[in-house]
Structure formats: structure tokens, C-alpha cells
Design a protein around this ligand. Sequence first.
Ligand code: TRP
Length: 334
Amino acid sequence: MKRILTGIRPTGRLHIGHYFGMLRQIAELQSEFDTFVMIADMQALTDNFHQPQKVRQSVLEVAYDMVASGIDPQKSTLLIQSLIPEIAELTLYFGNLVSLSRLQQNPTVKSELAQKRALFGRSVTWGFLGYPISQAADITIFDADLVPVGDDQLPQLEQTREIVRKFNQIYGETLKEPEARVIETARVCGLDGNAKMGKSLGNALFLSDDAGTVERKIGRALTDPLKAYLGDPGRPEVCTVYSYHALFNQARLEMVAAQCRSGERGCVACKRELAVQTNAFLQPIRQRRAELEARPGEMREILLEGSRRARGVAQATLARVKERMHLNYLEGTA
Ligand code: TRP
């Protein structure tokens, strides 16, 4: 079975953007592939080093959200990044193979840095600038064949492939060059119409929001600003609420669009219908999450067990790496 690996930064509860962007696809892929899902706490610390408790709490929150969304610990290996210290060691060796300017040109890093002006100002940390190197280590240390990514993460994977090629060229064929598996993701915009849904943007609908919260948030969501009154014709293509109908109310989507365009459908009723459909969709996820949350010890065991299994793989890869780098002092003769 080919192995896939994906990671997620534990910086808070997961929202419907995560669900339609990643979780749903992993839940499907896990029957077909040997699936590793990493909770990347070391990477989360690169821009949350000042709030370690938040990262710590989010590890469990993210685990609940993932398993409630259908990632099955019987099929997938769930692991906590920092429990595999071999990743940090490999990151250090990889650091010699990447130039500073290459990191500064990484499009994902560039756009993230633009958003993190408040945190870094003009002087970005070594840890943050280097996180693509540590991500390369995440992927290669587990011998992953494929990395499911949305197209926004493609530059990261390209950087990983470059590092692997360079390593193999200098030290001899050692590491597997992973391939991207671009997954079809539904782009989920924020409740405020922002192109991106994000916890830090304050515009997210969380998988764990209760029914009342979902209703309230949808009630305040942005609609077509030119449709002021019931009876005014609306433009579904610019309406946030309509874009959510496409996710949660597919069966009635065409009718929703037609009624909006004709003016027959008012935004209040439209939102009410969406809230009902969204809650129907989220209810089983919330239910499973509540069951999991009632047994935190069990989730902890799942994460420790997955991390143990993953560490075995990582140790074998690192031993190969160190042998090639002439760092195998403890093996054979000195
Ligand atoms: N960078 C990814 C994110 O921002 C998380 C991540 C960490 C990851 N390690 C990974 C993704 C390895 C894919 C493969 O969500």
C-alpha cells in the first residue's frame, strides 16, 4: 500500500473550511492508502511560540474534530509531531541544503509573512522562515509516497522535492521523492464574505459550533449587498449564504438560485433554511465529537499509539540518513 501523509497545525478548533478542504478527502483516501495524519505542534509553535498552552490544548481539539469527521484511527495513523524528535534532527541536516533566499521566495511563506506583520515585524524568526524545511522532514522521514494538498500548498511540496533531490545527489540515493496528490477542495469563504475562512479572521463556522451558534452566525452572514428587501432580485454568485447552500443544501441549490434571482426568496428565509440544513449536516459530527470528548483518555491513547508506530518508521529513516552522512558513530567500528 502506498503511504500518504498530511499535517495540520493545532492552533484551534477546526472549521468547515478544513472539512471541505481536507478532512473529507482524507477520510476517503484512508481506505486506499497507508495514511499518516500529523498534528504538527512543532510547526504550530513557529508562529505561536508565545502561546504554548493554546497549541497544547488544540492538539486534542484537532484530534476530536478529525476523528469526528471520519478519520478512523483503525485505518489511519494519527501522530503528534513533537513525539517524533527524529523530525527535528532531520530538519537540522536538511537546513544545510536550502538557501535563505530560496526560503524567502517560497510563495506560501511570503503570503503568510504578509499576514503576520504584527507578530514578526521586519525580523522574521529562523524557526518560521525555516518551517518548510521541517515540513520536508515531516514528509520524507515517513517515506511518504504522496502528499494530498490543496493547490495553495504546492510550493511547499516542490521545496520538499528539491531538498530530497539535493540530499540524494550529495549523499547517495537515500530518500523517497514524494509526489503531490492535488485534491479537489471546495473553497469555503468566511461568513463575512472574505475569500478565506479562518479562526484568526473571526469569520469561521466551527465543526463543533452548537445549533444555536450556527443559526446566529448564519443569520449575520453576508448576502448580496444590493438585495436590500424581500422582493429585490439577488445575485447568488456574490452571496456567501448561497455558497454555503452549495455545500449543505445541494439538492435544492437550483431552486435557491432561481428564487433568489427572481426576488421571490428573501434573505431571512434563505438563511433560516441554510441553518437547518447546516445543522442537519453537522449534527452527526457534533454527536461523535461529544462521545469522544467524554473519553479523553481514549483519544490520548490513540495519539500515543499512532506516534509510537510513526516513530519506528522515522527512526529507521534517520538511521539510513545518518549512515549516509557518516554520522553513524555507534554502528560498527569507529
Ligand atoms: N503546513 C501545513 C498547514 O499549514 C501543515 C503541515 C505540517 C503539513 N506538516 C505537513 C502538510 C506535512 C502536509 C505535509 O496546514
